[in-house]
Write a protein that binds this ligand. Structure first.
Ligand SMILES: NC(=O)c1ccc[n+]([C@@H]2O[C@H](COP(=O)([O-])OP(=O)(O)OC[C@H]3O[C@@H](n4cnc5c(N)ncnc54)[C@H](OP(=O)(O)O)[C@@H]3O)[C@@H](O)[C@H]2O)c1
Length: 232
């Protein structure tokens, strides 16, 4: 990450996932990265997006080793036990929708609450949250996937709103929602991609390159892995 200071400190939340673990591998190979921590439900400290106390405790445990220059939230959920994306309104189940919101929107909002105070203020810092193009209201042409689409749209609004607040205290910080493309992972496994699935390693490299180039004036924007600015 050329735009960050030498020996920058990086945190990847969701480091057990396909894209999260590929991010960790890329950052580990970057000689400019001085410290790298991966967090998730199996890490120490443990971070579970459905339990805010673990998010607060993980942030508290990492505060002293900061400030942090790069935070990537690479978590997300599209399907789970007994839960698949809806094709029709008749398939919508409120409990499933609430779980999708908990993992895809509320949990990342709590991560923003507890981890933005750990960001570097005097130096450039980057905070990226993995969203999805299907969360774009402007781009929705196919319908379906109510819970995931709506939760990612809510996530996008949380990112945009937080960027406005953060610009006041952290003028050198960029906060961005990113779409990784269709990527080979547990999340995408049940679905056939019309144009194939890209390897997570490629997606991670592309996303880090997009982030590296973003200017603070672009904080609060929604970008695809190829740098394209996406409509909300
Ligand atoms: N793959 C695609 O084609 C695609 C397309 C568009 C957007 N995205 C987005 O990209 C992001 C990464 O997806 P991926 O493809 O890498 O999926 P993945 O391999 O399934 O990884 C999902 C990650 O989220 C974590 N997670 C889920 N629930 C959690 C919870 N309650 N607390 C903490 N961590 C939790 C998982 O941790 P565990 O290991 O503990 O389950 C895992 O680390 C997601 O936001 C997804 O919506 C992916």
């Amino acid at each position: 990450m050329q735009s960050l200071p030498t020996n920058y400190r990086a945190l990847v939340i969701g480091s057990s996932g396909a894209i999260g673990s590929a991010m960790v591998a890329h950052l580990r190979a970057d000689p400019r990265c001085g410290e790298l921590v991966g967090l998730g439900r199996s890490s120490t400290p443990r971070l579970d997006l459905e339990d805010e106390s673990t998010i607060a405790a993980a942030a508290a445990a990492l505060r002293a080793s900061g400030p942090w220059h790069l935070v990537v939230v690479a978590t997300g959920m599209l399907h789970g036990p007994g839960q698949m994306p809806e094709k029709r309104l008749a398939q919508l189940r409120c409990d499933d929708m609430l779980r999708s919101f908990a993992i895809n929107a509320v949990g990342p909002a709590a991560v923003l609450t507890h981890f933005t105070p750990l960001l570097a203020r005097e130096e450039r810092s980057l905070f990226a949250v993995l969203s999805a193009k299907v969360g774009s209201i402007g781009d929705n042409r196919l319908g379906g996937w109510y819970s995931y689409r709506a939760a990612k749209a809510a996530l996008n609004m949380i990112v945009k709103t937080a960027s406005i607040e953060l610009a006041r205290t952290h003028p050198r910080t960029v906060l961005a929602a990113l779409h990784p493309g269709t990527v080979d992972s547990r999340l995408s496994a049940p679905f056939h991609a019309a144009h194939g699935k890209r390897p997570a390693s490629q997606a991670a490299a592309d996303l880090l390159a997009v982030l590296d180039k973003l200017d603070p004036a672009e904080s609060g924007s929604f970008h695809a892995y190829d740098g394209e600015r996406l409509p909300w």
